[in-house]
Design a binder for this molecule. Structure first.
Ligand code: GLN
Length: 193
């Protein structure tokens, strides 16, 4: 299995390391040609305005959107979630790919809670709570269409969702030793989930 990790900016090295731990070939992607032959793609956290700008600069925006619409499985974490979204309510600086039926708000947890870690139950990956690390995280304000909510904070705020082969989290699963979220993505890529 070959998984690309968009290596424009942000936490791509961490995702590559997790995927290697799971014994899959993980390749950094910067050029449109590097999308060829991939079974799946990860869009990491970072700064969504920067990532969207770099996608344009690398000539990736349109090819990537087309591939995802054709069915390329993709996992977006934190800023990657913003990049995949249809609507951003908080500002108009980043122009997202618009491939997933979610409405998101950037930096939604306020100054005091810029970074925090909390255990969340994500039924799709098992009963044991997952250590979710949030860093200036976006919030999924609402989902529509075929999108399913996978996890919420105890107060009801949505922090993970799936629409077909698109999987997103507002937290950073690549910053913990718990590999279950990446494994879940690989099961989606393999057509087993
Ligand atoms: N605050 C960032 C943004 O809005 C996301 C933060 C992250 O990816 N850790 O793009």
């Amino acid at each position: 299995m070959k998984i690309g990790v968009l290596a424009a900016q942000g936490a791509f090295a961490e995702h590559i390391a997790v995927l290697q731990k799971l014994q899959v070939e993980a390749l950094p992607v910067r050029l449109p040609a590097e999308l060829k032959g991939l079974d799946g793609l990860v869009i990491p956290g970072g700064e969504s305005t920067t990532i969207c700008g770099l996608l344009e600069d690398y000539g990736l925006t349109d090819v990537l959107r087309a591939k995802i619409i054709e069915g390329l499985p993709v996992m977006g974490t934190c800023a990657g979630l913003i990049v995949l979204s249809k609507t951003i309510t908080s500002d108009r600086k980043a122009v997202p790919l618009g491939v997933m039926n979610i409405t998101v708000r950037r930096n939604a947890f306020g100054r005091q809670l810029e970074s925090f870690e909390t255990d969340v139950v994500i039924p799709a990956i098992g009963k044991k709570p997952f250590p979710a690390v949030f860093i200036r995280a976006p919030l999924i304000e609402s989902v529509s269409g075929r999108t399913e909510v996978l996890a919420r904070l105890p107060d009801g705020r949505i922090i993970a969702a799936r629409e077909g082969k698109i999987l997103v989290t507002s937290f950073h699963p690549e910053l913990t030793d718990d590999l279950r979220f990446h494994r879940f993505f690989l099961d989606i890529v393999a057509g087993e989930k």
